[in-house]
Design a protein around this ligand. Structure first.
Ligand code: GDP
Ligand code: GDP
Length: 516
């Protein structure tokens, strides 16, 4: 069932996380399944604040494999499509872009004509298709689900997304069907493993830490952590920037305006294949890779017009996965749409940097307050975008287009900022003094010390007693103090809270257990 060729119609898998698409007609339970998968993902090294309410894409992890789950039911593919057409569009999208397709059907209703149509299309997929016969809430329905074998796929899983029944088995099957991990995926895991290791400083075991504040040997910790954080930055790598956004917002125009700037020296065009053309350029002192995104065309290039190109959302997700910073181009005459907010939410979730470019500014009737009002409207529509710098541009008139790259480079730098443990702990001590954490179960959580364990995005671990129970608003308070002090423009930052008792398995944990 799995083979090297099943990587989308292009036969070439774009680097980034594999994509699992959930397909099916309305009301079969796609979004319920999506939420269950996302909700059951293992807590990895980071705590993630919820960014958007109704997410359509999210990163999930199961059996040690990470992948992007997409609820294709929510994708606004061709606005105004009738429902039947929508399912077909979803199926086409999944065929074009997904590494594994989960075809959800309703075991209570049995096969419907709509299911049959979707199945007909999905049979053309080279990616493995796994049928999830949902609403199999009881044994009888489970047995009835066997009907769906008639579609011709061997993998039919009766599940109940609502109650969680057999969803684990379904996920086992999904993960087993994923293509082997790419180099990039393996490298990322390696970095995370190192960062997690660094989150258990030897200093804590070596001596009795004071009741408050950093241990005496914080300096040594800082150095050590620094070395671990180094793993997150491959030396001398260019800043990878992806220009993303809905069709017609002006992405291609922006790209071409940038390449036409005097400061841009296009040094190389590597990886020129039919479906991905990254552009490498020098911008002053900086090396930049502009990551190719579906639907963006460089002037003078023959358009490949792959049929899949219309369905560009998943390609955009993959471009984001490969990028350090995403520039979200928004049409200023329309403001931030729901689809824009979804893409932006994905960028932030994926831990990437974000710059918002309000394009077509030339078409906007302006007063001195127009820009501030536009920014305020964006923040209102999506409060989690507060971190992203906004710039108004006109790709047509080449107004401030260079500023876009400069902001993206600032964000790139911010993602790599490192704060020494000593400095960090002074900041945390002051913050805690000014506003102590609220009581949890009648006790006051105590932060003993904090250390930065990774960059890109900056990740901080706070150790202490009962800190794992710290209220969200207090975590936010700490994050804001970090942002006030260090800026971190355009980049998510991650705060992880660990109670001292919560130790990793392994020799260190055993040593600690023996001491008790
Ligand atoms: P979507 O349109 O395919 O995304 O479907 P939803 O996830 O919105 O679910 C449609 C309806 O089916 C909702 O009322 C869900 O609560 C219900 N539903 C979803 N999964 C199950 C299930 O496993 N069992 C039962 N009985 N109902 C379910
Ligand atoms: P893409 O689909 O996001 O790559 O968008 P394009 O770059 O192809 O632009 C879509 C349309 O918007 C084209 O007709 C452009 O000429 C127009 N456009 C792009 N940028 C601007 C701008 O800054 N001002 C105005 N007035 N039109 C623009």
């Amino acid at each position: 069932m799995s083979g090297p060729g099943r990587s989308g119609p292009t036969g070439r898998r774009v680097e980034g996380l594999p994509v699992v698409a959930i397909v099916g007609r309305p009301n079969v339970g796609k979004s319920t399944l999506f939420n269950r998968i996302v909700g059951t993902r293992l807590a990895i090294v980071e705590d993630r604040a919820r960014t958007t309410r109704d997410r359509l894409y999210a990163t999930a992890e199961w059996n040690g494999r990470r992948f992007v789950v997409v609820d294709t039911g929510g994708l606004e593919i061709e606005p105004g499509d009738v429902i039947e057409a929508k399912v077909q569009e979803q199926a086409r999208l999944a065929i074009a872009e997904a590494d594994v397709i989960v075809f959800v059907v309703d075991a209570a209703a049995g096969p419907t004509p709509g299911d049959l149509e979707a199945a007909e299309l999905l049979r053309r997929a080279t990616a493995p298709v796994i049928v999830a016969a949902n609403k199999a809430d009881n044994l009888r329905r489970e047995l009835e689900a066997a009907e769906f074998h008639g579609f011709g796929w061997t993998e039919v899983h009766p599940i109940s997304a609502l109650h969680g029944r057999s969803v684990a088995d379904l996920l086992d099957a999904v993960v087993a069907a994923l293509p082997p991990p790419t180099e990039a995926e393996l490298a990322e895991r390696e970095r995370e493993a190192r960062a997690a290791e660094a989150a258990w400083p030897a200093t804590e075991d070596a001596g009795a830490p004071g009741d408050a504040g950093p241990p005496e040997s914080a300096g040594a910790t800082a150095e050590w952590t620094g070395a671990a954080a180094e793993w997150a930055v491959a030396a001398g790598e260019p800043a990878a920037i992806a220009i993303v956004g809905r069709p017609n917002v002006g992405k291609s125009s922006l790209l071409n305006a940038l390449l036409g700037e005097e400061r841009a020296i296009v040094s190389e065009v590597p990886g020129t294949t039919r479906d991905a053309i990254d552009t490498r350029l020098r911008w002053g002192e900086s090396e930049i890779i502009l990551i190719d995104t579906a639907g963006i065309r460089r002037r003078g290039r023959v358009a490949s017009a792959a049929p899949a190109e219309r369905y560009s959302v998943l390609r955009a997700l993959r471009a984001i996965d490969r990028a350090d910073v995403a520039v979200l181009v928004v049409d200023a005459t329309e403001g931030l749409t729901a689809q824009d907010a979804h893409i932006a939410g994905y960028v932030v979730e994926a831990g990437r940097g974000l710059v918002i470019a309000l394009n077509k500014w030339d078409l906007v009737e302006k007063t001195p307050r127009t820009f501030d009002e536009a920014v305020a409207a964006i923040r209102r529509a999506a409060p989690f975008l507060e971190l992203a710098p906004v710039v108004s541009i006109s790709a047509r008139d080449r107004l401030r287009v260079g500023r876009v790259l400069e902001l993206a480079l600032d964000v790139w730098g911010a993602r790599r900022r490192r704060v020494s443990t000593g400095e960090l702990n002074r900041l945390v001590a002051t913050a805690v003094e000014r506003q102590p954490p609220p009581l949890v179960h009648g006790r006051r959580p105590k932060i003993r010390y904090a250390t930065q364990v990774a960059v890109a995005p900056p990740t901080f671990v706070f150790f202490g007693v009962d800190v794992a129970d710290l209220h969200f608003s207090y975590r936010r308070y700490l994050e804001n103090r970090l942002r006030d002090a260090y800026g971190f423009i355009g980049t998510p930052i991650r705060l992880v809270f660990r109670d001292r008792a919560e130790r990793p398995a392994g020799p260190e944990a055993r040593r600690l257990a023996r001491r008790r």
